[in-house]
Ligand binder design. Structure first.
Ligand SMILES: NC(=O)c1ccc[n+]([C@@H]2O[C@H](COP(=O)([O-])OP(=O)(O)OC[C@H]3O[C@@H](n4cnc5c(N)ncnc54)[C@H](O)[C@@H]3O)[C@@H](O)[C@H]2O)c1
Length: 375
C-alpha cells in the first residue's frame, strides 16, 4: 500500500465502489481517492454527500468514453467497480449495453491503467460459472434450504472452487465479466500490469440500493422496514434457494491485504464469498430480517424459475484464504443489523426510492432492533 498515492475507483458512487472509497480514505487519509461514475444506478447519487464528507473526489464520467478518464489525473491503482451488475440484464432485449459497459468499459479502464503504469483490481463475479452446470450439482431439500450433496471437480464440501468447469452459458452479465477477466489477464501477461481478479458471490451491506434483480439482502431489509410485499420467485416458490453473502467491509479487508503484494499480482483468479458459514436461503433471510426489523410483510410465491436463477451458490474460499490469510468476519445477522441501522439513519431519502404502490403499512419509526445470535 505504501507506493499507492492515488486510487481511481470506477463505479465509485455505486454500492461497492463507494464503500471501498470511503474505507480507503478512513484508513489512509493521505491517499487521494477518485470516484468516477456516470450515476446511472438509481440511488448512486445518494452516495455523493457521503463521498464528499470522506474527502473522496467525485468525477462524473463514463467508462465507455476513453476521454473521461483524463480528468482523474495520475493514479497508481484502478479498482474496476463500474457495471451493469444485474444477471437479468439483456434478457428479452438487446444485451449490447451490458457488453458496452461491462466489457468495453473494462477495456477502457485497462487502457487507462496502462497509461499510468497502474495496478488493476477486477471485481468479477461467481456468475462466470455456467448456470446449467451449477444447477446440475446433486441436491436435497432440507427444512429451510436446498443443500448440495455431491462433491466433484470444482465442488468441495465448502462450495465452488476455481476449478469448476467453465463450459456452458452463464447469462450476458456473466459472459461480459468472464470476457473481461480474460482480457485483464492478457494485460497482466503481455504488458506486465499487476492484475488481480476477485470472483465475488453476493456482496451486501449498508448503502446497497437493493432492487428486485440485484441486491437481494438490502431489498429484503428495505421492504420489511417500509412494509412492502416480497416474493419468493422460482424453484417452486418456497424460498429455499441458497446464497453465501459477504459484507462489503469484509471485501475491503481482503483488498487491503492483497495490496501488500501488488508486485506479485499476475492475473490470478480468486473465488471470494461468505462461504457456507455466512450463507442464507431466502426463507432464512426472511426469518432473520423479521426478527431484526420486528415486523412481517406479505410474502407471495412465484413457482416459475428464471432461466438465469441458481438453486444454490456457495463459495469455497480456500484459495483466497490461504493466499491472503483472510476470512469473512460478519455473520448474516450482523450484516442485516448493519443494513437496518443504515436504513434507520437514512429513512427519508431511502423512502423516495421505494416503489409507491407496494406500501402495505407505515415504516417502523421506533428503530426496533432485536438482538439475534450467531454473528
Ligand atoms: N453486488 C454484488 O453482489 C456483486 C457480486 C459480484 C460482483 N459484483 C461486481 O462488483 C462491482 C460493483 O457492483 P455494485 O454492487 O456496487 O453495483 P452498483 O450498481 O451499486 O454500482 C455500479 C456503479 O457503476 C456505475 N456505472 C454504471 N455504468 C457506468 C458507466 N458506463 N460509467 C461509469 N459508471 C457506471 C453505476 O452508476 C453504479 O454507481 C460490479 O463490477 C459487479 O459486477 C457485485
Amino acid at each position: 500500500m505504501s507506493d499507492i498515492r492515488t486510487i481511481l475507483i470506477t463505479g465509485g458512487a455505486g454500492f461497492v465502489g463507494s464503500s471501498l472509497a470511503v474505507a480507503f480514505r478512513d484508513d489512509f487519509p493521505d491517499v487521494r481517492v477518485v470516484a468516477m461514475d456516470n450515476l446511472t444506478r438509481r440511488g448512486s447519487e445518494l452516495n455523493l454527500p457521503r463521498l464528499q464528507r470522506a474527502g473522496v473526489e467525485f468525477l462524473h464520467g463514463d467508462v465507455r468514453q476513453t476521454d473521461d478518464f483524463a480528468a482523474a489525473g495520475h493514479f497508481d491503482l484502478l479498482i474496476d467497480c463500474a457495471a451493469e451488475p444485474s444477471v437479468q440484464a439483456g434478457l428479452g432485449t438487446s444485451p449490447k449495453p451490458v457488453f458496452d459497459i461491462n466489457l468495453n468499459g473494462t477495456i477502457n479502464s485497462l487502457e487507462a491503467a496502462a497509461r499510468h503504469d497502474a495496478a488493476f483490481v477486477f471485481l468479477s463475479t461467481s456468475r462466470v460459472y455456467p448456470i446449467a452446470a451449477l444447477n446440475a450439482v446433486a441436491w436435497s431439500e432440507a427444512d429451510t434450504r436446498f443443500e448440495w450433496i455431491q462433491h466433484d471437480t470444482g465442488v468441495s464440501p465448502q462450495g465452488i472452487t476455481e476449478e469448476f468447469p467453465l463450459h456452458g452459458s452463464r447469462s450476458y452479465y456473466g459472459a461480459s465479466k468472464l470476457a473481461s477477466e480474460l482480457i485483464a489477464q492478457e494485460y497482466a501477461a503481455n504488458a506486465g500490469m499487476p492484475v488481480i481478479i476477485n470472483r465475488c458471490g453476493v456482496l451486501t451491506g449498508p448503502w446497497q440500493m437493493g432492487k428486485v434483480d440485484q441486491g437481494v439482502v438490502s431489498l429484503w431489509v428495505l421492504r420489511h422496514h417500509f412494509g412492502q410485499a416480497l416474493k419468493y420467485i422460482g424453484y417452486g416458490g418456497t424460498g429455499r434457494q441458497v446464497r453465501d453473502i459477504l459484507h462489503v467491509h469484509d471485501l475491503y479487508r481482503l483488498i487491503r491485504r492483497q495490496l501488500d503484494s501488488v508486485t506479485s499480482w499476475d492475473g490470478s483468479v480468486y473465488n471470494v464469498g461468505g462461504g457456507r458459514d455466512v450463507s442464507v436461503s431466502l426463507a432464512e433471510l426472511t426469518g432473520i430480517t423479521r426478527e431484526i426489523v420486528g415486523r412481517s410483510v406479505p410474502l407471495s410465491s412465484v413457482p416459475k424459475t428464471s432461466t438465469v436463477d441458481l438453486r444454490v451458490y456457495l463459495t469455497d474460499n480456500s484459495r483466497v484464504s490461504s493466499a491472503f490469510d483472510w476470512r469473512p468476519q460478519k455473520s448474516p445477522a450482523r450484516i442485516i443489523e448493519d443494513i437496518y441501522e443504515w436504513v434507520l439513519q437514512h429513512e427519508d431519502s431511502l423512502a423516495r426510492l421505494q416503489p409507491p404502490t407496494a406500501a402495505a403499512v407505515q415504516p417502523r419509526r421506533d428503530g426496533h432492533r432485536s438482538q439475534v445470535g450467531g454473528r
